[in-house]
Design a binder for this molecule. Structure first.
Ligand code: ADP
Length: 472
């Protein structure tokens, strides 16, 4: 198996670790880098809120208590000054960092001048505390009491997040980072194993297909896509196993079919040489056997050549006009010569011209008549009919009186290498190729064909060809 960066395991580990690092970077950015800006926004909102609360409670009798509470809960310092600039209330929650309670108080005085002058009602400004080099926020708002006397509420908040908070966040983040990386690594290893292990098993077993090992049972490990792959391989292995069985059977059949006539030919030839001598009658009989067996061999080899030719290339059809009646009688004569004890009856109009590929029609007729002779009944009769069925078509029927073909077998006989298990009238040495050649030749020309058969009564194979009249 190919390993390295392209393996499922490595890819999953890399992706999950990459994703984890992205989350960590995001956390780091928000928690550490953007913490200050975030804190400043929050502090602005908080100082405004505290200001509003103070203004709302200004006229309350327990204002001082409420002021302390508000300053404490917001962590801010506050002074309320009267129109002369005197402090009426003063709460310091920032200690040394409080600008409004430090010697820099004068700077604040300048800032709130627009309020003192009555130009503005409220200001919120950011100031640098030079002493501690930190940023602070000043909020000021004018207000009058019930007597109409003017006051200014001044609030002071720090804009720098508390150092210890940042420190806590940083150490927390370090733990989270370590945990996330470990968990991501373990998880990715686990997931990768769950996915890759069944694939590795399947690959290992699939290698056996090349060496003819079709019995392996492929399992997908409960992952849908891999289950489907395993199922497809199980089907393929099953199919390959059937093909392999069929191949063995065919090789055995064909070897047997080739060997039987060869043994007969050899035996009869030896008989003529060693025993028959000049006995002409016996010699002719034995030579007839040799000729018949040689014919069988020729038929078998012709079928095999035809099949392999069909497999390798599709022969180009060359339709032409020819005399089908004459073709039937010529082929029949050949069969009569080789099967003198058989009767072949022809019922056909003379000189029926048709338009088709002559060579393949000859082959079809030859195979169908040969089958009819091979499988016909004790009367040893085959009937051939040629009739017009429409303006366009003429039909050829080849009938025998044999055992017929059962309904279950009818669709199978056209398959290559199919041979019925039934015993026939004659010991038939067939290859199971004849009808598949017929089917191929007729389908290639889009010609209709078929068979009607009744068990114990016989079969009638038929096909149709375009009449000449139609083509003119
Ligand atoms: P084979 O060489 O075995 O005859 P075919 O492809 O020509 O091969 O025929 C396939 C099978 O179809 C035969 O084995 C036989 O069982 C059946 N078959 C073909 N023609 C006939 C027929 N005229 N009567 C009965 N069975 C037939």
């Amino acid at each position: 198996m190919l390993k390295g960066n392209r393996s499922i395991e490595r890819r999953i580990v890399n992706s999950l670790l990459g994703y984890t690092l992205f989350i960590i970077a995001l956390l780091w950015m928000f928690q550490i880098i953007l913490l200050k800006s975030y804190y400043q926004i929050m502090q602005k909102a908080s100082i405004m809120q505290a200001g509003n609360q103070i203004l709302n409670s200004f006229t309350d009798s327990d204002f001082e208590t409420q002021l302390e509470h508000i300053c404490f809960s917001h962590g801010m310092s506050c002074v309320v000054v009267d129109s002369k600039g005197e402090d009426c209330y003063s709460i310091d929650m920032l200690g040394r960092g409080s600008l409004i309670h430090s010697p820099a108080k004068a700077t604040v005085g300048k800032m709130i001048e627009p309020i003192v002058n009555g130009d503005k009602e409220e200001i919120v400004v950011q100031v640098k505390n030079k002493r501690f080099r930190n940023d602070e926020l000043i909020y000021a708002h004018s207000i009058s009491d019930i007597n109409g006397d003017k006051f200014i509420v001044i609030l002071n908040a720090s804009l720098d997040p508390v150092e210890s908070t940042t420190g806590i966040l940083k150490s927390q983040l370090r733990i989270i980072v370590a945990l996330l990386i470990v968990v991501a690594y373990i998880m990715s290893k686990f997931v990768a194993k769950r996915l890759s292990q069944p694939i590795k098993n399947i690959t290992q077993k699939a290698k056996g297909l090349a060496t003819g090992e079709y019995t392996a049972d492929y399992e997908g490990g409960g992952v849908t896509e891999i289950d489907e792959l395993a199922q497809a391989l199980n089907f393929s292995a099953e199919g390959l196993s059937k093909v392999e069985d069929l191949r063995r059977e065919i090789v055995a059949n064909i070897s047997h079919d080739l060997k039987t006539p060869l043994t007969m030919i050899k035996a009869y030839a030896e008989m003529i040489r060693d025993l028959t001598g000049d006995n002409k009658k016996n010699r002719d009989l034995q030579l007839d056997v040799i000729i018949t067996e040689a014919d069988r061999l020729t038929g078998l080899v012709t079928d095999l050549i035809q099949i392999s030719r069909d497999e390798n290339e599709t022969r180009r059809l060359s339709p032409e006009v020819f005399n089908l009646s004459k073709m039937i009688s010529d082929i029949t004569i050949r069969f009569e010569q080789t099967n003198p004890d058989y009767t072949i009856e022809i019922c056909a109009e003379p000189d029926k011209l048709v338009f088709a590929d002559k060579e393949s029609i000859g082959q079809v007729l030859y195979n169908l008549i040969s089958n009819a002779i091979n499988y016909t009944g004790v009367d040893k009769t085959v009937k051939i009919a040629l009739k017009e069925v429409s303006q366009k078509w003429v039909r050829v029927e080849i009938k025998d009186s044999g055992l017929g073909i059962s309904k279950e077998e009818l669709p199978l006989i056209w398959e290559r290498y199919y041979r019925s298990r039934n015993t026939h009238q004659r010991a038939v040495a067939g290859s199971g190729l004849g009808l598949s050649i017929v089917k191929k030749a007729l389908s290639q020309q889009n010609l209709p064909f078929g068979v009607k058969s009744e068990v114990q009564k016989g079969s009638c194979f038929w096909f149709e060809v375009t009449t000449m009249d139609q083509k003119q």
